[in-house]
Design a protein around this ligand. Structure first.
Ligand code: ADP
Length: 542
């Protein structure tokens, strides 16, 4: 027997029309070098429809890829909807990739047009002749008059002129919810970039989940600040979720300095903000003791040091809300909210901090298992057995775009192999111990670099720490700690060891401590252990 409910497709048009209808006067704010630009959903929607018309005028094919190379701005949000609502596919290019990767990705996706912020033109223009399918470079002036020179070239189009000349698009052309809406390549922290293709359906379901109070909990009365870039994992879906919810959105533009982010938070009444740990590490000193309206500080992309969560709780008054996910999972897969039964039985803030330092519990409709790396068998959730995290769900990728290399990332029974290694508590909290490629295997046992980093970073004199594996004749691999000392402080190797001794098993103690200026970061601000491993490639321990 079939259910008898309507089969209306879940599409981005639905999200768009809701904002257009119900919140025309609600504010969208973009930080620019010459001050904060204000617009509202009404103006945004009218411009987005014109932009849809402009994509027709440019001759972009019916399901053509529309690339963006841009900061978080309200204009970028126009593209976020104009491309998919006209049946095309938004392709957000990561502005921090190396030139070769950028060219590879744009050609692999067969992008037909690229929309670029004027301030970023110097990064894109040098490789423009290597793009095989891009015919138009549309420049969005985010700089005022003082921006870099715009080349005199027939491919260049001005965004504002393009929109002004276009006829509004009726939208409503997507009738199959499985149609591709957008794509994003993995940022390549551990390998070559691979293309993830989101569908209208997956975006809508993901956005609805982010609105749930037990997930990100984004609502109509919120003012959302996605610090996490719109070019990486869709700003964690917060832009689409914000539009669906009807939240005000604050876009940080190009200035991601801690002081600028903190100013936006305190001056714009931001209630929900999201960024990687390095952003929140930097912003802490500017937020501590200040008046703000923050309700939720979302943080993920790499492990959130327990000490950082605690510093926000005590100094800013809001603990960090850790989330876990990846480009392949849209990205939200789990959130570390405290279950009511655990809240009730917790005897101290320490116990709650331990829970917040986990990667949380899978959000509804995301299923998770941990698998034995050798046999692939599912392992028990006993907080001790560690295995590869595998997930499935309606916003989890089932394959990569045109990429046979990617087949190894999926199991025969259709789960995504995340490359993350974790133990799961009996109550469902995930404790991520490492990425497969970052694991340290010492004498047949795994040392968790994430745990070690957490402990080292809880030392009051430590600014940052990353732990990598170095080859060892006797043990195969041993941990090496790379530590950045806070400005004005001093620290010795012996002091680091003394700090760790009561906190970790003896055989986890690093075989050395390297004091470095800074932990190298990836294109999206994560610790780049690949770079550290290269730097210390010659290190050997007995
Ligand atoms: P890349 O793989 O290039 O870093 P992604 O942004 O897709 O690109 O990264 C996803 C990965 O980030 C996850 O597989 C995981 O290793 C890491 N990650 C995300 N959130 C967390 C978290 N809360 N704690 C630890 N690691 C995380």
């Amino acid at each position: 027997m079939q259910g008898l409910m309507q089969q209306t497709p879940l599409t981005l048009d639905g999200i768009f029309r809701r904002a257009e209808t119900f919140w025309p006067t609600k504010r969208l704010t973009t930080a620019t070098p010459s001050g904060r630009e204000r617009t509202d959903y009404g103006t945004w929607a009218a411009r987005t429809r014109r932009l849809g018309g402009a994509l027709e005028d440019l001759g972009v094919s019916a399901d053509g890829r529309v690339a963006t190379f841009a900061w978080n701005t309200a204009r970028h949000l126009e593209l976020y909807f104009a491309a998919p609502c006209t049946g095309r596919v938004l392709h957000t290019l990561n502005i921090r990739l190396f030139a070769e990767q950028l060219v590879y990705i744009a050609n692999h996706a067969e992008d037909e047009v690229v929309f670029v912020d004027r301030s970023l033109l110097p990064l894109l223009w040098p490789v423009v002749d290597d793009f095989k399918s891009i015919h138009h470079v549309v420049v969005m002036d985010d700089t005022g008059s003082a921006g870099p020179e715009i080349p005199d070239d027939p491919r260049i189009v001005d965004y504002e002129q393009l929109i002004a000349a276009a006829t509004p698009h009726p939208f409503g052309v997507v009738t199959d919810e499985s149609t591709a809406a957008s794509m994003c390549y993995t940022s390549g922290t551990t390998g070559e970039p691979k293309g993830v293709v989101y569908s209208h359906r997956s975006v809508v379901l993901h956005s609805m989940t982010e609105m749930m109070v037990d997930a990100a909990g984004v609502g109509e009365s919120d003012v959302v600040l996605p610090v996490v870039p719109m070019f990486h994992a869709n700003a964690w879906g917060l832009c689409q979720t914000g539009v669906l919810a009807g939240s005000e959105i604050v876009f940080p533009g190009a200035d991601l300095s801690p002081a600028a982010i903190a100013a936006l938070i305190t001056e714009e009444g931001v209630t929900v903000a999201a960024g990687v740990p390095t952003i929140w590490m930097g912003a802490l000193q500017f937020l501590a003791g200040r008046r703000h309206s923050l309700r939720s500080i979302l943080c993920g992309g790499s492990a959130v040091p327990r000490s950082l969560g605690e510093a926000y709780r005590t100094e800013v008054g809001v603990p960090i809300l850790q989330a876990w996910g990846m480009t392949e999972t849209s990205p939200l897969a789990s959130v570390a909210r405290i279950r009511s039964d655990r809240q009730a039985e917790a005897d101290s803030e320490e116990a709650l901090a331990d829970l917040r330092a986990t990667q949380g519990i899978p959000v509804p409709n995301v299923e998770l298992r941990i698998a034995d790396p050798g046999t692939g068998e599912a392992l028990p959730w006993d907080d001790t057995s560690t295995g590869e995290v595998q997930v499935r769900g309606p916003w989890v990728a089932r394959e990569y775009y045109n990429d046979p290399r990617g087949a190894a990332s999926f199991t025969d029974d259709g789960w995504l192999r995340t490359g993350d290694v974790a133990a799961v508590r009996p109550d469902g909290y995930i404790r991520l111990v490492d990425r497969t490629k970052d694991l340290i295997k010492s004498g047949g046992e795994w040392v968790s670099s994430v745990d070690l980093e957490n402990h080292i970073m809880s030392h009051p004199s430590v600014a940052e720490a990353a732990v990598i594996a170095v080859p060892s004749e006797k043990w195969m691999e041993r941990p090496l700690a790379c530590v950045v000392v806070k400005a004005g402080e001093t620290l010795t190797e012996e002091e680091v060891m003394e700090w760790l001794r009561p906190r970790v098993p003896r055989w986890w103690l690093p075989d050395g401590v390297e004091f470095i200026e800074e932990v190298p970061k990836t294109s999206v601000g994560k610790f780049s252990k690949k770079d550290l491993r290269e730097r210390f490639a010659d290190r050997r321990v007995p």
